[in-house]
Design a protein around this ligand. Structure first.
Ligand code: NAP
Ligand code: MG
Length: 507
């Protein structure tokens, strides 16, 4: 058998079944560590999207799914968590192989977080106020008033390639917890782990509740975003595409949640414990080769310790091991594609041209055994000013910009001088100073003496052009429900009905 014959073909996942694309076309998925094709995937079309949305719509109209009690739903979410854990190894392998995320991270953290997310959702759904009772009304006479939280209907999820499983589950878990159905369009670089996840989840939910249609953003993505039967779009990706999605969703007044880009500021104070702040800041920027939306890409350092910090950052960065993401000893894997590699290298050239001082890395890296892979040396620029392109635009690669400051006020002002507002961080031994800065920073999360500390019970999302709405936690359930007010009059006699007097003054 040749290596080619081992390559698995994945079909679309619609209505609980694997189905080929209506066009019969497939596209290749590659391993970014060596550029080889690892899977072929059916390329969805507009017709396929229509079919998926129709079955999702039928599944939503099924009362058994929509009207399921929170206890029943909690049981299903718990079973999903168990099924994911059972299939954890395969999911980790598919995720790492195609996204370039290290097995160290995907196996040690992502999969644990995903199982925990469904377990926590089971708890949130039992506590969620699906029905609230209001106090007696002031004017109309006695009445009973409910506020119900109801599912939206068919939800579309469109995800990025950097951590496809986490991004998908942040949408799937709250959507299913509240009785919606979902059609997912994964990123074209990384569809297979999401397809496998859907198969695993479909074992415990009715057919049509979860569907996956891989295919291009302009075709499958836009069809979903403009489809009249889709009520909501949950999107994770670039700010540029997010802007377009918001515009397109306006045509049918869809709900949107947007998780977009970032250029997150990391402020080191003079009194920081550098033994923690230096490795912590490097974790903040170099995890997954800097391809995380919350990466801490702008490091603000006081002039008094600037040279020492640069020296220590560079020394520690040089110890990081680049390698095959499937090797447990690897700290940093490849970037996702040749195209991404070219974009990052061109930003590095821009940094040099803008007058920033390259102190570490700056070129593609050779990794033994991964000759055709897409590797970039972890790169540090010193003497960056906040107005440079490398300090303002999201590079989505392993590039740190270190910016000098003289006063904390100046650091905070520069930290906020960006179109983004996703994550941020402060390193200090003085907790009062940290809280003061935390209040002034315009970002969805502030990590004090830490980075990347996402939690399944905390909200995650952006200020400003980093997005709209929040994912994760009980907060995400609000984004997948709508409110209905139900009023029942308790006034038995017609003459006591004050509201009727508005139209019938004589009564
Ligand atoms: P992207 O180019 O915006 O693509 C994201 C998704 O949108 C992909 O599935 C893509 O499909 C699809 N898409 C592209 N054009 C579309 C269109 N016209 N209509 C509908 N869908 C369309 O982003 P990316 O390059 O994959 O990911 C990197 C970006 O994601 C970064 O900016 C990063 O900051 C952001 N991100 C944000 C978060 C967060 O939580 N805030 C998390 C992770 C990543 P194709 O793959 O087929 O092009
Ligand atoms: Mg893209």
């Amino acid at each position: 058998m040749t290596a080619k014959e081992h390559i698995k073909t994945y079909n679309l996942f619609i209505n609980g079944k694997w189905v080929p694309s209506s066009s019969g076309e497939t596209f290749d998925v590659i391993n970014p560590a060596n550029g080889t094709v690892v899977a072929k995937v059916a390329k969805g079309t507009k017709e396929d999207v229509n079919q998926a949305v129709n079955v999702a719509h039928d599944a939503f109209e099924n009362d058994e799914w929509r009207e399921m009690s929170p206890n029943e739903r909690a049981k299903i979410l718990t079973e999903i968590a168990q099924n994911i854990a059972k299939n954890g190894q395969e999911l980790v392998l598919l995720e790492a192989l195609t996204s370039g995320g290290t097995v160290r991270r995907v196996g040690g953290s992502d999969i644990v977080m995903i199982v925990d997310l469904f377990q926590q959702m089971a708890k949130f759904v039992k506590e969620y106020p699906f029905s609230e009772t209001l106090p007696m009304p002031i004017v109309s006479g006695p009445a009973h008033n409910f506020v119900w939280r109801e599912p939206l209907g068919v939800c579309a999820a469109i995800t990025a390639w950097n951590m496809p499983l986490l991004l998908a589950t942040w949408k799937i878990a709250p959507a299913l917890a509240t009785g919606n159905t979902i059609v997912i369009k994964p990123a074209s670089n990384t569809p297979v782990s999401t397809l496998k996840l859907a198969e695993i989840i479909s074992e415990v939910v009715p057919p049509g509740v979860i569907n996956v249609v891989p295919g291009s953003g302009s075709d499958v993505g836009e069809t979903l975003v403009t489809h009249p039967k889709v009520e909501k779009v949950g999107f994770t990706g670039s700010t540029e595409v997010g802007r377009r999605i918001m515009t397109m969703a306006a045509g049918t007044i869809k709900n949107v949640t947007l998780e977009l880009g970032g250029k997150s500021p990391n402020i080191l104070l003079e009194d920081a414990d550098l033994d923690i702040a230096i490795p912590g800041s490097l974790l903040g920027v170099f995890l997954h080769s800097g391809q995380l939306c919350e990466s801490g890409t702008r490091l603000f350092v006081p002039s008094s310790i600037y040279d020492e910090v640069i020296e220590r950052l560079v020394a520690l960065t040089k110890t990081l091991k680049l390698g095959n993401q499937l090797d447990l000893a690897t700290s940093i894997g490849p970037v996702i594609s040749q195209q991404q590699k070219d974009t990052i290298l061109s930003y590095i050239e821009t940094g040099k041209a803008e007058g920033a001082r390259l102190v570490c890395g700056g070129k593609e890296a050779e990794v033994e055994g991964c000759e055709n892979g897409f590797f970039i040396e972890p790169t540090i620029f010193a003497d960056v000013t906040n107005d440079m392109k490398i300090a303002q635009e999201e590079i989505f690669g392993p590039v740190l910009s270190v910016i000098r400051y003289n006063t904390v006020e100046e650091a905070v002002e520069m930290a906020n001088d960006t179109i983004y507002g996703l994550a941020s961080g402060v390193w200090t031994r003085d907790v009062n100073k940290a809280y003061d800065i935390a209040r002034k920073i315009k970002a969805g999360v502030v990590w004090i003496n830490d980075w990347h500390m996402l939690r399944n019970d905390a909200p995650f999302g952006g200020y400003k052009q980093s997005g709209i709405g929040r994912e994760m936690g009980k907060y995400s359930l609000d984004a997948y429900t709508q409110l209905k007010h139900v009023h029942t009059s308790m006034v038995p006699e017609v003459e006591e009905r004050r509201s009727l007097g508005v139209l019938f003054p004589g009564k």
